[in-house]
Design a protein around this ligand. Sequence first.
Ligand SMILES: Cc1cc2nc3c(=O)[nH]c(=O)nc-3n(C[C@H](O)[C@H](O)[C@H](O)COP(=O)(O)OP(=O)(O)OC[C@H]3O[C@@H](n4cnc5c(N)ncnc54)[C@H](O)[C@@H]3O)c2cc1C
Length: 370
Amino acid sequence: MGQFLDERHVELKRRAHAWADAPGLESEEDARVLVAKLAESGFLRACVPAAYGGLRDKVELRDLVVLRAALGYRSSLLDTMFAMQGLGSYPVTLAGTDAQKQALLPRVVTGEAICAFAITEPEAGSDVSAVATRAVRDGDHYVLDGEKCFISNAGIADSYVVFARTSDDRHRGLSAFLVDGHANGLTTEPIALIAPHPIGFVRFRGCRVPASALLGGEGEGFALAMSTLDFFRTSVGAAAMGMAARARDEAIARVKARRQFGKPLAEFQATQIAVADMAVDVAASTLLVLSAAHRIDVSGQGSSVDAAMAKLYATEAAQRVIDRAVQLFGGQGVVAGAIVERLYREVRALRIYEGTTEIQKLVIARGLLR
Ligand SMILES: Cc1cc2nc3c(=O)[nH]c(=O)nc-3n(C[C@H](O)[C@H](O)[C@H](O)COP(=O)(O)OP(=O)(O)OC[C@H]3O[C@@H](n4cnc5c(N)ncnc54)[C@H](O)[C@@H]3O)c2cc1C
């Protein structure tokens, strides 16, 4: 992988794996505790630029990728809490004024500000341009009204980047706002998923935010959302790759130990073929993810197509690998609390959020046919 990562990323990867191995971290289900632990570890510094307490001059995708793969290997909730600190602050890094950056980014690193990114609505999922939440200018304030759903960290976030409509133009009518999680007129309601993940509805009823909460200019919200998602999509692939690598390792250990018909499962050719298929899926995902991250960080040639391919392939491959691992475990694979059972539930959402598999295919095809 040397052609994609330099020593800094390799060292970060080594530290992240060693840290995430700590007893108790994998089973911790309190999202706030995990953010505090991530803050203590210093890894949240990878989410913001050095000028605001971050690790590098600019946020590097290769840092996010090695960290998400290492965290995802141990706990998908740990990975989610890390990723949301990045996703929910990156629009501020990209488009915020110095005052907005000073107010938020150092608190992202210390874990004092838990972040959220709010686009999705009941009638605006894959079609982001259908966002109906309105932001109406009233003197030196905007007044927000509308409903968001499937918002990660709803209810625990201190800071929401909210995409709302300031005019009727489908794309250029969207603007982004930095909204305090404790603002009057903002309420939340949890949604229970198949795996641990703080998520829910966020409702705005006459929620007044100062005009200084506008991120970038009016009408720049759609482009800002797409730039943020383009950047983070590759890292979703990395999280999937980490989860798949864990399933592969668990399955290899199991088939060496488990005996049937007088010998270890590992000695049956059908098992060997399954293990080989898993290994190839993990290796191919790793190459796509690292090459996309490298192209986006370094060469400036990286594009939406690279990010979409990495996310699409790695999340679909992780689902295959984890399903094979469950099969190799037999009945033990579906016992509640087994590692592969947990991975089986946790990996599913990755093919849906930050753009479904089908939407990634549209991004790839449009990029190539343009
Ligand atoms: C765990 C989780 C966390 C999330 N976190 C956040 C968050 O923090 N912030 C946020 O804003 N959102 C978040 N989301 C929402 C997520 O981004 C959306 O669920 C996703 O974009 C899909 O939208 P939808 O659920 O409305 O599905 P729909 O858009 O209704 O899609 C349903 C199906 O139709 C397919 N489809 C849609 N359009 C097309 C098309 N043109 N061609 C072919 N097929 C199509 C889709 O691929 C999918 O299979 C999260 C979702 C989940 C599950």
